[in-house]
Design a protein around this ligand. Structure first.
Ligand code: SF4
Ligand code: MG
Length: 326
């Protein structure tokens, strides 16, 4: 609820704070139990920061995060440690996030060592079980992470993340570094585990194409703000926010006969230290009108199950018209 995460900018010999990078700027969002919520946006839009704040891997500047009714940011260290068993993160770069000097069995078994009283033998048995569950050969558990391929390393990261039978997992660009074919294998694995274990996912990626298959609902972030949230199929079929439409235009067309009005984004993302006034997207939006640079649009439900932060949502009465672009 109303989560903000600001990073102070320091300058000069005295290290004075001269401003803030508003990485996440007043974001509210609900993730339902058992669903996969896909979160997308260009790099630097605040999606990873939001994921980390939700898990309290980073503090929030303002706002609250509740998981099953409990405010994660006001837990004591002991309570937090207990709750950590229920919430896990899978990172983008499995090579970087896996300790290269640990054997794979130790990488996967580490959370069990820290959080449970299991014996070494019990941990080893559980590691074998986990490796089978994620499609790895358990006879290779005495090897090092670098002896595995990128897709296999991602599976090691997943085995580690599910070792404590968590309820909620943040997957931060978990498949972004992988080849497309390996990507879909890992996504299928995550979907199977979700079904079998009743997991809830926050699935972060920079492109809309990656999250489509796995997500029940999708949220789109731009410069620290949530600009659109909706049921996956309906959001892909008819994006309401011009930025969502632009991200969709970047995906190759499914069939050459199907015409799609393209929005090609001009220029770079402005600095989150000094975001544009009003709607932050107005400097790049082909539909911007005078009001857009003056008044900040709030995220509102304009159609059932569809929220958007835009004064002139696409396809809504009085809103923007994609077909007028060309
Ligand atoms: Fe574009 Fe205006 Fe909507 Fe912002 S509020 S996305 S500038 S139309
Ligand atoms: Mg990121």
């Amino acid at each position: 609820n109303n989560v903000k995460k600001y990073f102070p900018i320091h300058k000069g010999l005295l290290n004075r704070v001269v401003g803030n990078v508003k990485a996440v700027d007043d974001v509210s969002l609900t993730i339902r139990e058992g669903e996969t919520f896909g979160l997308v946006g260009e790099s630097g839009c605040g999606k990873s920061t939001l994921g980390r704040v939700i898990l309290r891997l980073q503090s929030a500047t303002e706002g609250s995060v509740k998981i099953n009714g409990r405010d994660v940011h006001s837990l004591s260290n002991r309570e937090l440690n207990k709750m950590r068993e229920e919430m896990q993160i899978i990172f983008q770069d499995p090579f970087g996030s896996l300790n290269p000097r640990f054997l794979v069995k130790d990488v996967i078994g580490e959370p069990l060592k820290i959080h449970t009283k299991m014996s070494a033998k019990e941990i080893d048995e559980r590691v074998v079980e986990l490796m089978k569950l994620v499609g790895l050969d358990p006879t290779r558990r005495n090897r090092y992470p670098h002896e595995f391929s990128g897709g296999q390393r991602q599976r090691i990261g997943i085995a580690r993340a599910i070792a404590l039978k968590p309820k909620f997992i943040v997957a931060d660009e978990a498949v972004s570094a992988l080849d497309v074919s390996v990507q879909s294998q890992v996504i299928n694995l995550l979907m199977r585990l979700q079904k079998e274990m009743g997991l809830t996912f926050l699935f972060i990626a920079h492109g809309l194409n990656v999250v489509r298959h796995i997500s029940d609902r999708v949220g789109v972030m731009y410069l620290g703000k949530m600009v659109e949230v909706g049921e996956t199929e309906s959001l892909y079929a008819s994006p309401l926010h011009p930025y969502t439409a632009a991200l969709l235009s970047a995906i190759p067309k499914p069939s050459p006969t199907k015409k799609r009005n393209r929005i090609v984004l001009q220029g770079d993302v402005p600095s989150p230290a000094n975001p544009p006034s009003g709607c932050r997207f107005h400097t790049r939006c082909p539909f911007a009108q005078e009001k857009c640079s003056q008044v900040e649009p709030k995220l509102e439900e304009v159609l059932p199950g569809r929220e958007v932060a835009c004064h002139f949502p696409i396809g809504v009465e009085g809103g923007s018209d994609l077909s007028k672009l060309q």
